[in-house]
Design a protein around this ligand. Sequence first.
Ligand SMILES: C[S@@+](CC[C@H](N)C(=O)[O-])C[C@H]1O[C@@H](n2cnc3c(N)ncnc32)[C@H](O)[C@@H]1O
Length: 275
Amino acid sequence: MKNNKNQCTEFLKWALPQLGLRWEGYRRVKRQVCKRINARIAFLQLSGFGSYKEYLSKNPGEWTILDGMMHISISRFFRDHKSWELLGDSLLPELAARAVGENRPLRCWSVGCASGEEPYSLAILYHQILKNSFPSLDFQLIATDANTDLLQRAAKACYPAGNVKNVPAKWLQSSFNKTNGEYCLHDNMKNTVTFLRQDIREELPDEQFDLIFCKNLVGMYFATEIAIEVYNRIAEKIRHKGFLFTGNHEPVPIEKLSGMQIYNRGLNIFKKCDS
Ligand SMILES: C[S@@+](CC[C@H](N)C(=O)[O-])C[C@H]1O[C@@H](n2cnc3c(N)ncnc32)[C@H](O)[C@@H]1O
């Protein structure tokens, strides 16, 4: 077994750079990806990592399948709760007031949205704290992910208790129905989010956004050069004085991002300040 673990580590250190991904990001989650790769090796009836390498060299299409196996789906509602508090208490009302004042929609985007936990947290904030104070606000929220299985789960919007444990108790009651041990989000909140399948390395939405969430994806898993390129494309999509939220523990090469300034270092929140 130990031998298999070591072989998988060696394999990942070899394969990840070729996919434009970084080994350091996968160190903590290697068990999850090694399990998937072992299952794939068994499915292909290969003898181990050595023959899988050979298979990859003879079947270039297999790299796309391997890339898909590298999608880490861990998420939960109101992850990094201090960022959500700051958002709900001040940033979101500030952005809403500006959008209403300028007579335009408030647009938000969740990149790498997994099974919907992140965009639906934002939908809950909108319904619970913003809607009453800004009745004329046109709130638009899109969420993208490269993984269709996760997007299908997002469309169902039903979650085990562990995923909703950070939802404040009063909102858990008023936002979810408990059915067969799962928490299912109310339809009005569910319908606030538009989901799209997009690979952030290849495609971005057309609009400009007031608020972008790109958490626990680009800085965590992408190789540095690719992360800089992707973050800069994302930064171009942010309006002047808009915000980029990244994961609290994610390395972000902020000095290489054009037009972005640190807004809150500890929470890894950045603000667009066009000169
Ligand atoms: C660790 S989850 C993060 C979920 C959520 N943002 C959070 O912080 O809780 C990373 C997500 O990014 C998605 N992902 C991975 N590579 C992607 C890519 N190239 N383009 C878009 N989404 C991607 C995965 O499918 C997964 O849902």
